[in-house]
Design a protein around this ligand. Structure first.
Ligand code: FAD
Ligand code: FES
Length: 268
């Protein structure tokens, strides 16, 4: 149980597949029934990314999607832990603790959701899009990347999502940053959800006047995490209601709740 009283599973989960679907970006499927049945969009798991020899801390990974007892993670191999993860093969097992944190909060009355993904930001937003569509809501998904080869494969997204890609070099979809698309797509939506780099969040915070008044944006923050369960205090950020722990109070926060000062929020 977490300190919020939600059940958390600590499993040894068999790897079902682990494929490089984009350069250095992997889709990992695990058999993890307890986590799959209780995870909500925006929640994460702590995955042990070594065989014990190096004693690396577990690494946080967002739940990308679930299917029955199977759970997927979409990750980029950036350092020692995630490179080790990228070498796991079918039949290996991984220590997984989850689901953790507070996920996205979809308002009962929100019929149309705007999702904004920058780069790896698709990680939590695919599950959110699928859940919202299953609940009968409309979803517009804006996805940005530097170039076409770094854009998440559209055929893995739900058919019913209205998908609008953008690339910085113009190789696919609209030319420019994904945030440039927001004003054109924000009219009439009930809520907006974003995941991407800190620069994207700062742009969304700065350009709030370009969105309809009252349109709230929830975002998922990535910070260094030692434990993932509120014990080490390594993930503290400043918010308008005081210091908060990203692992137990987040990782989802309201854009306007976070204090976007001069120091980086997602200090990594
Ligand atoms: C709640 C949460 C959910 C996350 N979900 C995902 C996900 O779904 N997919 C994914 O690819 N990544 C995700 N991350 C980031 C992921 O945890 C890191 O990339 C990972 O911990 C890096 O470990 P490493 O041992 O490979 O890298 P390290 O060797 O520890 O570091 C290598 C590089 O990665 C950077 N890095 C380290 N930790 C993080 C971090 N937490 N976030 C971003 N960069 C980091 C370092 O600054 C450094 O440049 C998430 C992070 C959080 C907090
Ligand atoms: S990661 Fe340890 S308290 Fe948040």
């Amino acid at each position: 149980m977490t300190r919020h009283g939600k059940p958390v599973h600590n499993l040894l989960s068999p790897v079902l597949s682990n494929s490089e679907i984009l350069p250095s970006m992997y889709l990992l499927w695990l058999d993890a029934p307890g986590i799959a049945s209780s995870a909500r969009p925006g929640q994460f798991a702590m995955i042990r990314c070594d065989d014990g020899a190096k004693r690396l801390l577990r690494r946080p990974m967002t739940v990308h999607t679930v299917e029955g007892s199977r759970i997927a993670f979409f990750y980029r191999a950036v350092g020692e832990g995630t490179r080790w993860l990228s070498r796991r093969r079918q039949g290996d097992t991984l220590g997984v603790l989850g689901p953790l944190g507070n996920g996205f909060n979809i308002g009962q009355k929100s019929r149309h959701l705007l999702l904004v993904a920058g780069g790896m930001g698709l990680a939590p937003l695919r599950f959110l899009a699928e859940t919202a569509i299953e609940e009968g809501r409309c979803v517009t998904l804006l996805a940005g990347a530097k170039t076409a080869s770094a854009l998440y494969p559209a055929d893995l997204l739900p058919d019913k999502a209205s998908y609008v890609p953008a690339t910085e070099d113009g190789s696919l979809g609209e030319t420019g940053l994904v945030t440039d698309l927001v004003p054109r797509h924000a009219a009439g939506v009930g809520q907006a959800f974003a995941c991407g780099p800190e620069a994207m969040y700062r742009t969304l915070a700065r350009e709030r006047a370009s969105r309809p008044p009252g349109l709230k944006v929830q975002l998922s923050l990535e910070v260094r995490m030692g434990c993932g369960v509120g014990a080490c205090l390594s993930c503290t950020i400043e918010t308008r209601s005081g210091p908060r722990h990203v692992c137990t109070d987040g990782p989802v926060f309201d854009l306007d709740e976070v204090k976007w000062g001069s120091a980086p929020v997602c200090a990594l």
